[in-house]
Ligand binder design. Structure first.
Ligand code: N01
Length: 532
């Protein structure tokens, strides 16, 4: 079947998606080459080694389900897995399934072009590889294109500076140092309390306050782990068919149906339990503005309760976006950190950053000296990692050109004009709105099923039908508009990147609904795709 290609498939990325894709394709008897920029496997969990880095999905749910022995044998030590523990898990999976022999590390794919005459992808890397493959599968992650804003004078800073998503492997010693942290998204909110414990002083530069709920992390309770393992078949099934890939069902009632006391009780109970499930209290929190405001008001009241200085509490309380429309943060002691005498909050909306100087950060109000700068400034999300590769499809069509006005995909799996190119958790799929590993497994299994079918039927290539793609892209937009999501200047909307089209990129229709749609499409002979 391979014809003239060097490999049946090239997979870009050896994070949790690329690793499983390799395993599945091998299972079909395919020859696979994986290219990975890092020195090791793990993707997000390889790069994000900043202090406090931890997944906000619980350990028992943030793990592969494809291998029964693996899910029974692996022991998680905490309710939420820390970055080092997830990286150990990724390494274990790589060893267990002997994945490394097909992965070329420290190698970035720079270009890939579809050769119509041979129906193959020609792939180039920064190490000079030139290989061809029948299938090209991107497993590049949704939040892997780290972004440091182009502050004037950025390179003049005399001390070290680090982006949270490109953290040095040997770690950073903050002892006795004055640290500037720019950014208060999930990464900043996790890192700030841990850095503050070590550093002499921390100055936090906040542009937009974020809503955060407590994690209440704790050691894993062995009886709980045993129970989940004994019920895994049922629990995984629930997760796969849920709205967001989690095992706790989201509420379906309305915030507005409950009286004040009942609602307060519900929010308190969720707050005490901790984690992202807070937003699952009711079904209309990210849909109905009034329901949303009542929920937001509860979190603001918690911030005021925790933070001693009312002015600082006011600065930390978000007012500019509906709760949940930017990814809700999950923290350990974040708000309480501002009660420390050695932590200062600078509101850069009122007092903007003008430049980075050799000695620190200058805002309109003056210079804030620092020995070290931490950029917790986020990512060019979803499209960024794909467009950083020079991808060319049929007729010399470049993906950058095609997506100039925003990503266009069919099911987030393929984009018309780029035959045999599959995008794991691409824009237009639930991806970042879900428990990523559930969405990764669903995509990997769908793609493997599709490839098996193409090979069995002797079909050289598959492409998205432009009509189906238009309809899906419109549907993704339509469903988002039904919610409050488009109201926020979030990275879901591309709003954090100057000049990026303002488009809601992930599919908000729910993991279970989306899975059914994908399965139906396959069962109907790949409806909406063109078989070449
Ligand atoms: O990035 P972000 P992140 N001047 O984009 C600020 C996942 N994740 O790395 O909001 C000043 O959320 C920016 O301000 P604003 C999770 O999905 C998960 O923190 O643009 N400030 C914002 O405060 C998450 O959502 C976990 O006004 C500037 C911050 O930098 C996603 O990754 C942990 C600025 C960026 O926040 C990204 O999170 C970590 C500028 N010029 C990450 N530019 C867990 O599982 C940007 N900012 C727990």
């Amino acid at each position: 079947m391979r014809g003239a290609a060097d490999h049946d498939a090239v997979v870009i990325g050896a994070g949790l998606a690329g690793m499983y894709m390799l395993h599945r394709l091998r299972g079909l008897g395919l020859s696979v080459r994986v290219f990975e920029t890092g020195e090791g496997v793990g993707g997000t969990w390889y790069w994000n080694r900043y202090p406090g880095a931890r997944c906000d999905v619980e350990s028992m749910e943030y793990s592969y389900s494809f291998d029964e022995d693996l899910q029974q044998e692996w022991e998680w030590t905490e309710r939420y897995p820390s970055q080092p523990e997830i990286l150990r898990y990724a390494d274990h999976v790589a060893d267990r399934f002997d994945l490394r022999r097909d992965i070329r590390f420290e190698t970035r794919v720079t270009r890939a072009a579809f050769d119509e005459s041979a129906n193959v992808w020609r792939v180039e890397t920064d190490r000079g590889d030139r290989v061809s493959a029948t299938y090209l599968i991107t497993a590049v992650g949704c939040l892997s294109a780290a972004r440091v804003p182009a502050f004037p004078g950025r390179d003049s800073f005399q001390g070290p500076s680090y982006h949270t998503g490109r953290w040095p492997h040997q770690g950073v010693d903050f002892t006795g140092r004055r640290v500037a942290v720019i950014g208060t998204g999930s990464s900043g909110i996790q890192a700030i309390p841990v850095i503050a414990e070590q550093a002499a002083h921390v100055t936090v530069f906040q542009r937009t306050p974020n809503f955060s709920v407590p994690a209440h992390n704790r050691p894993m309770e062995p009886e709980y782990a045993r129970w989940v393992k004994s019920e895994y078949a049922r629990i995984r099934d629930t997760m796969r068919n849920s709205a967001n890939g989690l095992m706790t069902a989201a509420g379906t009632g309305s915030v507005l149906e409950d009286g004040d006391e009942e609602r307060q009780r519900e929010f308190e109970a969720r707050w005490a339990r901790g984690g992202v499930a807070f937003l699952g209290a009711y079904g209309d929190i990210v849909v109905d503005p009034e329901a949303n405001e009542l929920t937001a008001a509860f979190v603001r009241s918690k911030i005021r309760d925790i933070v001693d200085d009312p002015e600082v509490a006011d600065l930390l309380a978000p007012h500019d976006h509906p709760i949940g429309t930017k990814r809700i943060c999950v923290d350990t002691g974040y708000y309480a950190t501002y009660n420390r005498p050695d932590v200062t909050l600078v509101d850069v909306r009122r007092d903007p950053i003008q430049e980075i100087t050799p000695a620190g950060v200058r805002t309109a109000g003056g210079e804030h000296s620092a020995d070290l700068i931490v950029y917790a400034t986020g990512y060019d999300a979803l499209t960024g990692p794909l467009l950083s590769i020079d991808l060319t499809g049929k007729g010399g069509l470049s993906l950058r050109r095609k997506w100039e006005a925003g990503p266009r995909t069919y099911l987030g799996l393929m984009t018309a004009g780029f035959p045999n190119l599959f995008t794991i958790t691409g824009p237009g799929s639930p991806s970042v709105l879900s428990n990523m590993i559930v969405s990764i497994e669903q995509h990997v299994e769908w793609i493997a099923g599709c490839v098996a079918r193409l090979r069995a039927d002797g079909i050289a290539a598959i492409d998205a039908d432009p009509v189906a793609e238009d309809a899906w892209t419109a549907h993704v937009d339509e469903v988002a508009r039904y919610t409050l999501y488009p109201r926020a200047d979030s990275w879901y909307m591309g709003a954090n990147i100057p000049g990026k089209p303002r488009v809601f990129m992930p599919y908000v229709g729910g993991v279970g609904v989306y899975r059914q749609k994908c399965e139906q499409v396959a069962a109907d002979g790949y409806e909406g795709f063109v078989l070449l």
